[in-house]
Write a protein that binds this ligand. Structure first.
Ligand code: RM4
Ligand code: MN
Length: 388
């Protein structure tokens, strides 16, 4: 399986967005273990994201989370990103940490609280206007813990109403990404628990609303690549939040738990020609690095996606189609497994060298002295965290 010029070009054009919150302190509900050198504000998070891009060449944007990344002047923040060689990406809303949202945000039974939640989402669109961001990402922790706690149907009505108001506020080039998650923090019902619910709401809303697949948000054993294929066909796949999980929403490094699943997902993407940025799918990371060093973990994650993509790109599409047409079950499977079993690392090292990058970005980070510098410089102040 030769690394053709098309494969190299596709890899060079790949874009992966990193999340501002992955650079900050995080933990479980049991403990946050702070790390030295962690950013104190969005400006420093962007500086770290810029390092990841400089070393990998394929992570040119960074997603913000509001209010974690609240600043007075978002135009200035966008200019700061540009000076560092990156741009601001998706704006993530946060309606899950205010005491008012205990019984829900946009689906809360109380109109005043729903108003407050919707106003936050509208404010996020104002921020998008200032940053030039295309995507508003919505994830709702809304749901109930006990049967009978609230009307499941009424909550769907409230959700639809809120989404409509925000959707109507979007500019012509802005989009809404509706993320789903099976459970947590709600343990009985969740108002957007699965891709079908997200898909139905997005379809009702219109073309600017699409589904975001967070790979950690499914029941164990869920066939995620089926969801990818279905949504691609329906033109409703807007984005990925990549991470990996062994149990629930673990937010571990993408490709760490199940690299084969990541390969299968990327195969669906590549075979639908949806890797190109023009195809409109945002490939984002949504991870937390609780015990491992953050910047090298984010570099590793970008490389894991790149590796899975390279394996998907070298699948012999013709041989696969032939085997599928002739009903050659084992042959078709072998075509896929041949690609998956190929060590693409030498090719990726070449691709990086061709782009003027160090072939080993993690080693380059370690040798750069950046970690030592931020540990020495970022003393005092309050480290950024997810505020749980
Ligand atoms: C949620 C969801 C969102 C992310 C937050 C931090 O579980 O995945 O995408 O913004 O976590
Ligand atoms: Mn997510």
């Amino acid at each position: 399986m030769p690394a053709t010029s098309e494969v190299r070009a596709a890899l060079a054009g790949q874009r992966i967005e990193t999340p501002s919150w992955a650079y900050a302190n995080s933990g479980t509900r049991f403990k946050v273990f702070p790390q030295p050198g962690v950013p104190r504000d969005p400006w420093e998070k962007i500086a770290d994201a810029a390092v990841v891009h400089r070393l990998t060449g394929i992570a040119p944007t960074v997603a913000l989370h509001i209010p974690w990344d609240e600043v007075e002047d978002y135009g200035k923040l966008a200019a700061h990103a540009e000076e560092h060689g990156v741009a601001l990406g998706a704006i993530n809303s946060n309606v899950f940490q205010d005491p008012d949202f205990k019984l829900g945000s946009v689906t809360n039974p109380e109109p005043r609280i729903r108003r407050k939640a919707i106003d936050h989402l509208l404010k996020c669109v104002d921020i998008m206007d200032a940053t030039g961001s295309r995507d508003l990402k919505l994830w709702f922790s809304d749901g109930t813990n006990y049967p009978g706690q609230d009307s499941i149907r009424a909550r769907q009505d409230r959700l639809a109403e809120a989404l409509r108001e925000v959707y109507d506020r979007l500019g012509p080039d802005q989009r809404m990404l509706l993320e789903y998650k099976l459970f947590e923090p709600a343990f009985y019902t969740t108002d957007v628990p699965d891709w079908g619910t997200s898909y139905a709401h997005c379809t009702e809303l219109g073309d600017k609303a699409t589904v975001c697949i967070d790979t950690g948000h499914h029941a164990p054993g869920t066939n995620i690549e089926f969801i990818v294929a279905f949504l691609l066909r329906a033109n409703k796949l807007g984005a990925f939040d990549f991470n990996s999980r062994f149990y629930a929403d673990d937010d571990l490094m993408v490709g760490a738990a199940d690299p084969f699943q990541l390969f299968r997902i990327m195969h669906e993407i590549v075979s639908a020609d949806a890797l190109r940025p023009e195809a409109g799918i945002a490939f984002m990371l949504d991870q937390c690095h609780n015990i491992e060093a953050k910047i090298p973990a984010i570099i590793r994650s970008v490389l894991n996606v790149q590796e899975a993509t390279a394996k998907a790109l070298i699948i012999d599409a013709e041989a696969l189609a032939d085997a599928q047409r002739s009903g050659d079950v084992l042959g078709a499977n072998a075509v896929l497994m041949d690609a998956y079993s190929t060590d693409v690392r030498p090719m990726l090292r070449e691709v990086r060298a061709d782009a003027g990058l160090d072939p080993d970005p993690v080693a380059a980070y370690r040798a750069s002295g950046y970690q030592e510098r931020i540990e020495a410089d970022r003393v005092g102040g309050t480290q950024a965290g997810w505020g749980a």
